[in-house]
Structure formats: structure tokens, C-alpha cells
Design a protein around this ligand. Structure first.
Ligand SMILES: [Zn+2]
Length: 595
């Protein structure tokens, strides 16, 4: 799972296979941080993997140092070319892709083209696209005119014979072919067999980059407004991609083309192929006076159909919960899908990848170790939460990926709150604490295809829970959550946008709080000094941010009192002894130092 991903393999969430997660979990701490993950086994199935090792159902997770927690790796040239938003990217705005490919399971190759429509934002003769250099470029055409190009690792610089003019729209056809590299355990595109030995081909490329299997402008800042996906595969197989199913056409040569249409902006890494012997069932989420019914479509292997019909019924409650807090499911025209895959899960837009063994918790385990996670299927709840935070609202640079992961992890807590109440939500979220290492700031370096620390999930969620306590007005908090999402939906934003919005809409200067949690490795520590004078305690924050000021509840749970510490010592009266004087650390993610 996410913990165990090493840099070349990373995806936003939980890309590791159940097998790898379980195997790595059994290693001692040092080995976890340094061991290379096992190579994928083409015939290993999630079901078999679960049967090999039974993870402890109740042991709380211990703090682990994940490979990307300790420090940022030095960016490579491919990282910079892919991570930077250089002049040949900034001079154009994506409008539309039509990815039209043929996938041959026997030769494990992809052949076809991506039609890319864009408008120029300034005059120019060159643009940058991306395609991993393991794949061949067959030709790039503007109309009938072949274009010259230069490859530099994964970047493809395309030169036009005439100036492209600002404000004009252009369309090119980028033809390519080859065998997509399977990077790491699951990264990119995998040609596997399902448990019955049938073809099972999947993509999952967050982190590794979509350009490892198809040509595109492989960055996070710019998205197409809509997309068509056409996938020709041998007759008898099914392709499930993003968006709405349009048509299935027998091509007469042993192949059938599956056409899907995406009606919304979409991240490159969300674009997915799922090719296999899928069976389909469907349902719908009933509408109400404001919302139309939402089609729900589910694709699983035939032998998992009965289990899926039970487990996937959780999708409705998930959608109801998130629609309650944030408003309509963002991709209603495309419907909502769950698609069985051979890895744990991924937030592929409107076609969420699912590999959680049709069990509650995460891979059968209690994810936060406090007895709440076994009530629901972690992958359905987490990955689908990304439809709101990650797919609808997207970070403009992977450096700020906490906007996906911190928020979506907080959404898990909201789901718990919707179903079982606030107190269970607080308990669930505080169960994340042992997963946090506080070794590296959450926001990473920009422009280098950064892979942030996995604290972005857990610390990010606990920061948001802390923000709720700072605002200290639940009805107001829920309105703010809703309005925050609605304001930024379908946009690509950065941390500064988030902070500015919260400052404006709360009337408070929350910047030092956000900065302390996001831009420093240490969390705030409340210094308490007893006994300087009888019946008093002195207090202040020990933090990196000079202007840090955050209220906090102290005293006892029956009689919390809100104090307003800053970075300067203040004194308060208390009848409580040092031992009895408590801080509400389940409502504020802070350390406490009593002296
Ligand atoms: Zn996630």
C-alpha cells in the first residue's frame, strides 16, 4: 500500500498490491525502509495473496519510515522536464484528447494515436508534450503535415513550420506504438492474467506519469475539458475506461473497439484502461428534488460477482455522505463506476479502481486500529472521496498533493461522522496519528515532479480536524467545507489558494497555522510551565512560525477552557495539578510539554 511504495513506483494512493503490502509489513522496520518491493507475479491474485498471510486484525500500526518520508530525492532530468511548467507548456491550453489505440495482449503492445486539441495562449512555434522514450513515435501530424520533433528523455518538443497564433485552436495527431514499460510493481501499464488465467490488463500511473503509456501533456496544471477514449481489444474482452460508455464496435478483424466519453476535465493520471473478462451489473443512486438519479456501474471478474454485489452496495452510502457535505457527485454525466483491478485501489475518475478483496477495512485490516475501519470498505470510501478532492479539485503541482490526500483522508472521517457521529469520526481520525513521522514538510519542492511525504495523508487530515477546532463552530464548519469545495470544483489549485480562501471566509489569519503544519516538519508544541506562582500555569507555543497563534482547549474534558497561546509566555489561573491539567489533543493535533 501507500506506505510501502518506493519512489519509482509511487501512486497517489495505495498502489501496492495486497501481496506486496502484506509481505513488506512482515519485514522488520529497517528492511521496510530499504527493501526493494518484490517483483510482480503475473499470476498472483489478490485472493491468493490474502490467503497466504493473515494480517493481524487488531494490532495498531506502528510508526514506520516510508521511503519518501525521510527526504526528497534529488530531481532527475526527466523529473524536471516533467515537473516544470516550462515555456512550451505555458504557451498553450489543453482542450481535448481523443486517445484511440489498439492493445494487443499477445505482443503486449499499444498502437494508435492521441488527437490533441489546444489553444495557444501566446504566439509560438514549439510546444512540449510527453511520451516515455521506451515507446516509439511513429509520426506527429498537423492535418496532413508531418511535424518535426525532438525527444529529451520523456519530453517531446514539437516544432511547427509556421507560427501558431495566440487565441487560435490547433489539433495534432500523435501516433505512437510499443510496449509500455511496467515500472515497479504495478506502475504504468501491466499485462497480467486474472486468477483463472485470462487476460487482465490495467493501467495505474500516478507518479510514474501517464506518458509512460500514452502521449499527452504530462503535468497536473492543465487538463483537457473533455476526452474520448477508444480502445480496440480482442473480441470477447471488455475495456472499462473513464466516462460514459458510448459504443462497442466489431472491427471485423478479431478486434472490438470500446468507446468511452469523458464530459469533464480529467487528470492525465486518471485516464485508465481496464481490460479483462469483466462482468457488469448496475444500480442507480436515487435522485431527489435537486439531483437526478446517478447511474452506478460495476465491473468485476465473474467469480467475484456475488461478493461484489454485497460489498459494492456501500457505494450508495458513500455517495450520499459526500453529496451531503459537498454537493453533487462531480461527474454525474459520466456516472460512477467501480472496476476490479489487481492492485489495492486508485481514484481513476468516474471509474474507481478497486482491489480491496471485497472486505471491509484495508485489505482485511483495521486501517486506523481503533475498531472503526472494519465497519466499511476503506478503498471504496477513500478512493471515491478523491472524486471531490483530487479529480474535481486538483493540485496544480504534485508538490501540493496534500490537497488530494489530506482532504480525502479527512473525508474518510466525514463519512464516519455521517454514519456514526462526530465522536467516532474524531476517534477514527486520531487513529491516524501512529502513521505520522514528521520528518519532512508536507508541501514539497515545486516544478520537479515531487513525491511528497506520506504524512500528507494523515497529518493533512489531522490538520484539517485541528482547523475545525480552531473555528469551533460546527454548523459554520460544515458550511465552510461545502463552500470551499464548491468554490474550487473543477479547478487546479495550489496551497496558497486554499489558505487565502480560508483566511477570507473565516476572517482570521490562518496562514501561520497552515504553514506550520504544511511547511515545517514539526507540529506545534504547547509548552506548559507549572508552579512559577501558586495556582498558575504559564503557556506558549513552541513553533517555527513566529506569528503562530492558535486557540486550544485545556483543563479537563468536562470543563474545557479555551486559551489563546502565542509564541510568547502567558499566565493563567488553574486549580488543576500538573497531572490533572489536560490538553484536548484529539481535537488539535499538537504536542504538549508539561514542566
Ligand atoms: Zn488517496
Amino acid at each position: 500500500m501507500h506506505f510501502f511504495s518506493s519512489r519509482p513506483l509511487l501512486c497517489s494512493l495505495l498502489l501496492a498490491s495486497p501481496l506486496a503490502a502484506i509481505q513488506l509489513a512482515a519485514l522488520p522496520l529497517h528492511a521496510q525502509a530499504t527493501a526493494q518491493p518484490p517483483s510482480p507475479s503475473g499470476t498472483q491474485t489478490t485472493q491468493q495473496a490474502a490467503g497466504q498471510t493473515t494480517p493481524s486484525a487488531s494490532t495498531p500500526p506502528k510508526p514506520k519510515i516510508r521511503p519518501n518520508d525521510a527526504g526528497a530525492p534529488i530531481p532527475t532530468r526527466p523529473d524536471i522536464l516533467r515537473g516544470a511548467y516550462g515555456p512550451y507548456r505555458a504557451n498553450n491550453d489543453l482542450l481535448y484528447y481523443h486517445l484511440d489505440i489498439r492493445v494487443d495482449p499477445d505482443t503486449q503492445t499499444v498502437t494508435g494515436k492521441n488527437t490533441i486539441r489546444f489553444s495557444m495562449l501566446q504566439d509560438g512555434t514549439r510546444i512540449q508534450l510527453d511520451l516515455r522514450d521506451t515507446l516509439s513515435i511513429d509520426k506527429i501530424l498537423l492535418g496532413d503535415t508531418p511535424l518535426k520533433y525532438t525527444r529529451d528523455t520523456g519530453a517531446v518538443f514539437i516544432d511547427f513550420p509556421q507560427t501558431l497564433h495566440s487565441g487560435q485552436t490547433y489539433s495534432i495527431d500523435f501516433f505512437y506504438s510499443g510496449h509500455p514499460e511496467e515500472t515497479g510493481r504495478f506502475g504504468g501499464m501491466t499485462f497480467k492474467k486474472d486468477p483463472a488465467g485470462r487476460v487482465w490488463i490495467n493501467t495505474a500511473c500516478e507518479g510514474t506519469g501517464a506518458s509512460m503509456w500514452w502521449p499527452n501533456k504530462d503535468q497536473w496544471r492543465d487538463e483537457v475539458d473533455s476526452m474520448d477514449i477508444s480502445v480496440a481489444i480482442p473480441n470477447g474482452l471488455v475495456d472499462v475506461s473513464n466516462g460514459k460508455f458510448v459504443a462497442r464496435t466489431d472491427l471485423g478483424d478479431g478486434y472490438t473497439r470500446w468507446d468511452w466519453h469523458v464530459s469533464y476535465p480529467i487528470n492525465n493520471y486518471d485516464v485508465a484502461l481496464n481490460i479483462g473478462n469483466y462482468v457488469h451489473f448496475d444500480d442507480k443512486l436515487n435522485g431527489d428534488d435537486k439531483l437526478d438519479p446517478l447511474p452506478l456501474d460495476f465491473y468485476v471478474l465473474p467469480e467475484d460477482l456475488d461478493k461484489a454485489k454485497v460489498q459494492f452496495s456501500q457505494a450508495k452510502g458513500m455517495l450520499e455522505a459526500y453529496q451531503h457535505y459537498f454537493g453533487e457527485y462531480p461527474f454525474a454525466k459520466d456516472g460512477y463506476k467501480l472496476v476490479e483491478v489487481p492492485y489495492a485501489g486508485m481514484e481513476h475518475q468516474s471509474a474507481v479502481a478497486y482491489g480491496n478483496l471485497f472486505q471491509n477495512g484495508y485489505l482485511g485490516r483495521d486501517w486506523t486500529g481503533v475498531g472503526i475501519s472494519p465497519r466499511f470498505d476503506f478503498i471504496i470510501i477513500h478512493e471515491s472521496g478523491h472524486e471531490w478532492f483530487g479529480n474535481s479539485i486538483t493540485a496544480a503541482d504534485s508538490s501540493d498533493m496534500w490537497i488530494h490526500e489530506g482532504w480525502t483522508t479527512y473525508l474518510e472521517g466525514l463519512y464516519v461522522e455521517y454514519r456514526w457521529g462526530k465522536s467516532d469520526a474524531i476517534k477514527y481520525l486520531n487513529g491516524l496519528k501512529p502513521k505520522i513521522v514528521n520528518m519532512r514538510p508536507i508541501v514539497a519542492e515545486r516544478g520537479v515532479n515531487a513525491d511528497p511525504t506520506e504524512d500528507q495523508y494523515f497529518k493533512g487530515a489531522l490538520m484539517i480536524n485541528t482547523l475545525r477546532s480552531v473555528i469551533d463552530d460546527d454548523p459554520k464548519w460544515l458550511v465552510l467545507l461545502h463552500d470551499f469545495y464548491q468554490h474550487f470544483k473543477y479547478q487546479n489549485i495550489m496551497t496558497e489558494d486554499v489558505v487565502a480562501w480560508w483566511n477570507q471566509h473565516t476572517g482570521q489569519n490562518l496562514t501561520p497555522i497552515f504553514d506550520q503544519y504544511l511547511r515545517h516538519e514539526h507540529i506545534p508544541r504547547l509548552e506548559l510551565l507549572f508552579g512559577e506562582a501558586p495556582g498558575t500555569v504559564m503557556y506558549k507555543w513552541a513553533v517555527d512560525e513566529d506569528k503562530f497563534a492558535m486557540p486550544v482547549r485545556v483543563g479537563t474534558p468536562d470543563h474545557w477552557q479555551i486559551i489563546h497561546p502565542t509564541t510568547k509566555w502567558q499566565t493563567m489561573q488553574t486549580q488543576l495539578s500538573k497531572d490533572d491539567f489536560q490538553v484536548a489533543t484529539d481535537l488539535y493535533y499538537v504536542d504538549v510539554n508539561k514542566q
